[in-house]
Ligand binder design. Structure first.
Ligand code: NI
Length: 209
């Protein structure tokens, strides 16, 4: 009887531990509420950004560490995207032009969520339509997944016509400061002026002191 009771208690403890762990994980994955200030310090549980290692369409290894020292604007997308990604890249291209010389002080980055099709050469071809300063990154599916997870980016394959597929994905441009810390985001629904202000503030607040 006694062993049975102990077994029962152990099962309950195990269940509670499991629930606690799972609950914490769930909580940790909750999206962060929108910050009103573009450069607000993150206080939420969900940290945006983290370690990743990918390769650019120019053939360089790009990691969270190599991006440090300059602020960056990071966006996840894919070249087969019919609308949102090319629009975002065109908008970014326009914003970089508006920034003038200040555009040199920021690293704009596209990370593919479709590494299967978006090889370095496919990205290199695709990026010819946009500002040459934008880096397009790809890697193994596992490396891309690690990057997406670090940025709490959602993406998933969706079957399309004739055995083809498209991707569902979050379309936020993350603004990261020179230390690689989350510093806000650009929303495609915002006016261009608001986005430009955020980029200028990011560059200004990221200047070495
Ligand atoms: Ni897209």
């Amino acid at each position: 009887m006694r062993t049975r009771r102990i077994l029962q208690i152990s099962l309950w403890v195990a269940a509670l531990v499991w629930l606690a762990t799972f609950g914490v994980l769930q909580f940790g994955l909750l999206p962060k509420p929108q910050q009103s200030s573009p450069l607000a310090v993150t206080t939420g549980v969900a940290q945006i950004g983290g370690p990743f290692r990918l390769e650019s369409h120019k053939g360089e290894v790009v990691t969270d560490q190599t991006l440090k020292g300059r602020p960056s604007a990071i966006f996840f997308g894919f070249t087969h995207c019919p609308e949102v990604c090319p629009t975002t890249l065109f908008d970014l291209t326009g914003l970089l032009q508006e920034l003038g010389p200040d555009a040199e002080k920021i690293t704009p980055v596209l990370i593919t969520v479709d590494p299967e099709r978006d090889t370095k050469s496919v990205l290199a071809e695709y990026m010819q339509s946009f500002d040459p300063r934008i880096l397009a990154l790809t890697g193994s599916p596992a490396d891309v997944d690690a990057a997406a997870k670090a940025f709490k980016v959602f993406y998933r394959k969706v079957p399309a016509d004739k055995g083809s597929y498209t991707m569902d994905h979050s379309a936020v441009v993350y603004l990261m400061d020179r230390e690689g810390r989350f510093a806000g985001s650009l929303d495609k629904h915002e006016p261009k002026e608001a986005q430009l202000r955020k980029l200028k503030a990011l560059i200004e607040n990221s200047s070495p002191t």
